[in-house]
Design a binder for this molecule. Structure first.
Ligand code: ASP
Length: 441
């Protein structure tokens, strides 16, 4: 196994995990065995990745900003990043809307299937909790999002992974102030963060050594906890529309990489592939973030001054796969339940799905919470929300895995576009987990 590139090892772990999961379902007590003895290894791996996310963001963002030496450069990168994120998200939503209107997956679904799905899922606690979470988020005012971004306690913000935007804001504040006090005064602090950054990146390398085994555990567990295959089949047309959209979105990134960045799309996809495979296995762009950062910096040559801002911000606010899915799902549910949508409704979907993707947490299933808000914005009857979500619930997990891959790929692609546009795309400098190992052994 030693000479295999990491992505092949991870892929092998995934395939074996799926096979093992299928075998476990056939055995009496197999599901219980997986929950007790397989699942914990996947959970531990995700915990380790999340453990280093905040130190990595803080150290690398401070390093990125203080290397810039000039605040206007940071403003330049910041503006380009936000504009590119909005543009790619609107493109993703438009692809979703065009496909779902052309292929009309909701019109083919018969009444009996709708009844079965409703009976199976409408009262499911998973669906009810998503609706109440959406209502909780909606009851706050329109500026709540900005208010929530500002921490009142730096340590408090760093103690909670879901407060990533607060940590980013505090770190930018700190980094800019370091530029303002001047090189001499900021030097000791900068040295500490530079060193922390190198050490945390080494931790990513070490954690990734266990990735092939962890994805085995994660995928075996996804298989044993998956839904009735007949229900998955009934939703095949809808799932295929989402998947076509996601593939088109990745093709769009590849096209821009080729035409604008002037790099081979295959080189880009192979460089980022371990992060994509982890995104697929964990369904969480937040958990994947440390690996995305490492791959983009070391394997794609994006300068830290760009990646340290673009990627953590992207993991929180840029979710192209999720917004594409929300557009398809909202129209699919409306088609299936005979709720007519006019052009204005479709435009409303573009705007709310864009805002929803900014507001979605980068964790499994978050996209469905925001889907409730998208549905409510087009006047979808509140009493039918649970039925609507029941229609897509069975395939949500597999689609979540796929849309998370696109979310992560989108962040990496945008970091390349922005780096290219500000002249910060260099030659990759790959570091291995065992560099320096002989000296310390
Ligand atoms: N799981 C997705 C992510 O972490 C969010 C979602 O679409 O539910 O990027």
């Amino acid at each position: 196994m030693k000479k295999w590139p990491l992505h092949w090892k991870i892929l092998l772990g995934m395939v074996l995990g799926i096979g093992f999961g299928i075998a476990l379902i056939q055995i009496d007590g197999g599901v219980d065995f997986s929950t007790k003895f397989i699942k914990p290894f996947g959970v531990i791996f995700i915990k380790l990745l999340k453990l280093i996310a905040i130190p990595l963001i803080v150290a690398s963002l401070i390093k990125g900003i203080s290397d810039l030496k000039n605040i206007s450069k940071f403003r330049n990168i910041g503006l380009r990043t936000i504009v590119t994120y909005v543009v790619t998200t609107v493109i993703a939503i438009s692809i979703g809307l065009i496909l779902v209107n052309l292929l009309k997956p909701g019109e083919g679904i018969d009444k009996a299937t709708i009844d079965t799905l409703t009976a199976t899922y409408a009262n499911d606690s998973g669906i009810q909790s998503k609706i109440s979470e959406a209502n909780r988020q909606q009851s706050s005012g329109p500026l709540q999002f900005i208010e929530d971004m500002v921490p009142d306690n730096a340590i408090g913000a760093m103690s909670d992974n879901s407060l990533m935007l607060q940590v980013i804001l505090f770190t930018i504040f700190l980094g800019i102030s370091m530029l303002l006090v001047g090189e001499q005064q900021a030097k000791p602090l900068k040295k500490i963060f530079d060193s922390l950054n190198a050490v945390v990146l080494k931790m990513v390398d070490l954690i990734m050594l266990s990735a092939p085994y962890a994805v085995f555990a994660l995928l075996a567990n996804v298989v044993v906890s998956s839904d009735n295959p007949d229900l998955l089949l009934a939703l095949l047309k809808y799932a295929v529309v989402v998947l076509i959209g996601l593939v088109l979105m990745v093709s769009f990134y590849s096209f821009v990489i080729f035409v604008y960045v002037k790099k081979s799309p295959f080189w880009f996809l192979s460089g980022i592939s371990p992060a994509q495979l982890l995104a697929f296995s964990t369904s969480s762009s937040a958990a994947t973030l440390p690996v995305t950062m490492e791959r983009v910096e070391e394997h794609l040559g994006v300068d830290k001054e760009v990646s340290s801002f673009v990627l953590p911000v992207g993991a929180t606010i840029n979710m192209d796969g999720t917004s594409l899915y929300q557009a398809v799902a909202a129209v699919f549910i409306s088609q299936a339940l005979g709720f007519d949508l006019d052009f204005a409704d479709q435009l409303t979907i573009v705007v709310t799905a864009l805002l929803a993707s900014i507001g979605s947490a980068a964790v499994p299933g978050a996209g469905m919470v925001m889907l409730v808000i998208v549905l409510e914005s087009i006047g979808f009857p509140a009493d039918k929300l649970a039925i609507g979500l029941a229609l897509i619930f069975a395939v949500d997990r597999p689609l979540d895995m796929c849309r998370t891959v696109v979310n992560v790929t989108g962040d990496a692609a945008v970091s390349m576009f922005v780096a290219k546009s500000v002249g910060k795309l260099g030659e990759p400098k790959v570091e291995n987990w065992d560099d320096n190992y002989q000296e310390v052994k």
